[in-house]
Design a binder for this molecule. Structure first.
Ligand code: WQD
Length: 322
């Protein structure tokens, strides 16, 4: 088996590459290096530089490396940017996927793992989100992920391809500083940035219908995300008829206020008092996974707690920014 990992030089992709190579899987990476960095790849992992939108290139890569399965992680992932640039998001995330699937089908690749997101659920009206909870995405980003899942399932059924779509909840942390996230668009790095500037962290709304009034999320260590991909790949190695959609979460809700307390503690800036500001438009009050189906289907559960996520993210942040 050789697995093609698209987006393998990115934050999540490079963790998946590490988990898979550590476990003895043969991998090749396709990445356009728009946000990825080749320094994130372990020695010896082949890197093909290019876009999934280039069907001829992906066809050649699949053939050259005798690829037997694909883990498709490449994509655009910023909710606000997707509102400003929906055409760009549909092109990159949906047309990119369609082009890749087309190349995969032409080359008889029989296994496909797709990176989806809890963004497909939108504003779920339930304590624990199961894979049967209705999907009503609130942003073009979430729509492209839902469209992607449906395309993956339909193409899998039509072309005898076993598929798994993995819905990531709120990813944080890193296994080592060099694999950390460079972006600053999520809670953990946004709070780091404020603390570093000597400013109070900002809480986007404290009047939500939750225990402390702040939004509740299911934060998951990127190393756990990576081990879930390994479990999916192993499943598809044996099971060539699978068609699965699975949450990757811990099943535990953590509020923004609780998260900020942990972040300040780890960053040694508990002195700064968080400031409550306006709600951010479109934020659901609570999005927490039911992690039951992935445990049943793949035998996978998360191992890392919130403190470890934040501590590992802080280590990388310090090295890169201070
Ligand atoms: C978490 C909570 C904020 C910053 C998004 C996408 C999701 C996935 C991850 C891509 C919210 C609050 C944040 C701050 C705050 N993306 N917050 N102060 O919005 O849950 O999920 O990113 O794959 O699909 O929707 O994540 O980290 O932006 O926010 O109070 O300075 O922290 O309002 O409640 P979110 P987030």
């Amino acid at each position: 088996m050789t697995w093609l990992i698209t987006g393998g030089a990115g934050y999540i992709g490079s963790h998946v590459v590490k988990a898979m190579t550590d476990a003895g899987e043969s991998v090749v990476v396709l990445d356009d290096l728009s946000t990825g960095r080749k320094e994130r790849l372990p020695d010896g992992v082949p890197l093909e530089v290019g876009s999934v939108l280039d069907g001829e290139l992906t066809g050649r890569v699949i053939e050259r490396h005798s690829v037997t399965g694909i883990v498709h992680i490449a994509g655009k992932k910023q909710v606000a940017e997707s509102v400003a640039r929906p055409l760009h998001y549909y092109r990159e995330n949906v047309e990119g996927l369609r082009t890749l699937l087309d190349a995969a089908v032409r080359a008889d690749v029989a296994r496909f793992v797709f990176s989806s997101s809890a963004a497909v659920y939108g504003m779920p009206d339930t304590d624990l989100v199961t894979e049967r909870t209705p999907c009503l995405p609130l942003s073009p980003y979430g729509e492209t992920k839902l469209a992607g899942e449906r395309l993956v399932a339909a193409a899998g059924a039509a072309h005898s391809m076993a598929t798994v779509s993995l819905r990531y909840f709120n990813v944080a942390g890193a296994v080592s500083p060099e694999l950390g996230d460079d972006g600053v668009f999520n809670l953990v790095p946004m709070v780091f940035e404020r603390l570093e500037a000597g400013e109070s962290p900002r809480v986007f709304g404290a009047d939500y219908p939750t225990a402390d009034g702040t939004c509740v999320r299911d934060y998951i260590h990127v190393e756990d995300i990576a081990s879930a991909h390994l479990a999916a790949v192993r499943r598809l190695t044996d099971d060539t008829t699978a068609s699965l959609v699975l949450n990757i979460g811990r099943g535990e809700g953590v509020s923004v206020a609780e998260m900020i307390t942990v972040i300040q503690d780890i960053a040694g800036r508990a002195d700064l008092v968080p400031e409550v500001v306006e709600r951010r438009p479109g934020d659901p009050a609570r999005v927490v996974a039911s992690a039951g189906r992935i445990r049943e289907e793949l035998g996978w559960t998360a191992r890392h707690a919130v403190r470890e996520m934040v501590a590992s993210a802080w280590e990388g942040w310090r090295l890169r920014h201070l």
